[in-house]
Design a protein around this ligand. Sequence first.
Ligand code: PMP
Length: 293
Amino acid sequence: MAEQVIYLNGEFVTKENAKVSVYDHGFLYGDGIFEGIRIYNGNIFKCKEHLNRLYDSAKSIMLDIPLSYEEMEAALVETIQRNDMQDGYIRLVVSRGPGNLGLDPKRCPSAWVIIIVEQLAIYPEEAYKNGLISVSVSQRRNIPDALNPKIKSLNYLNNILVKIQANLAGVGEAIMLNSQGYVAEGSSDNIFIIKNDVVYTPPCYVGALEGITRAAIMELCDKLGYTLKEIPFTLHDVYVADEVFFTGTAAEVIAVREVDGRTIGTGKAGPITTHLLEEFRKLVDIDGVQVFK
Ligand code: PMP
């Protein structure tokens, strides 16, 4: 791999020189947005979907991204090419930019755009077969009418508090409920359950990010003939499910074998989860933007 370079406001700098101001409102207030994107065999998987979500998040929080959609895509491609990265993870951050200590975004004249490309630490292949152990946590999801989880903002404290509880329980991913007790999502993954061959995932209004992997799995269910229902469900439904899995850019489709001490199904990745993972992996290096043409 080439020496790592980071895109910082139109320039390519080394890791040591990739520095952000202490007055940056992303740093001071979590005021900004981001995307986590995956490159598979030189393909930016679901590039369009990630950029659409980024620009929608920006519009929602009235953040002017200083690059057009086309310029942003070109910046992603060039960053990957300069890093000669065939397989890896892209972190695209747009912060409100440097301002003063007050929280008023009017004091931030221009947004900052940062693109970091890195190797990805992923679950071992064994975890995809045997499944993860997970727990539910007491930390509740931000309510959508206060901070809509559809906005992929830099304000991830809600998720970090879930991750802290997951760490304390010694698990890699935990299940977060919303303020009404419905299952929302993981700290950084969407959740699905399967019961009697029907696939369920919570609607985003319950308090879930509109995950790109979630959408890909919903499309695959349709294509493969699995009935999918987007309805709220509770922890009880998770405990008695035949299969449970998380989805996310980094995690892909990862089975859960135990939740709060209850064995899920047969205690390993179930047949529908395994089928969906196999079909998902057939898409990852074709559905997107090819970087090394
Ligand atoms: N929920 C949250 C809170 C996340 O941060 C992520 C990761 N981006 C996901 C779900 C999964 O979304 P995606 O499939 O787009 O990675």
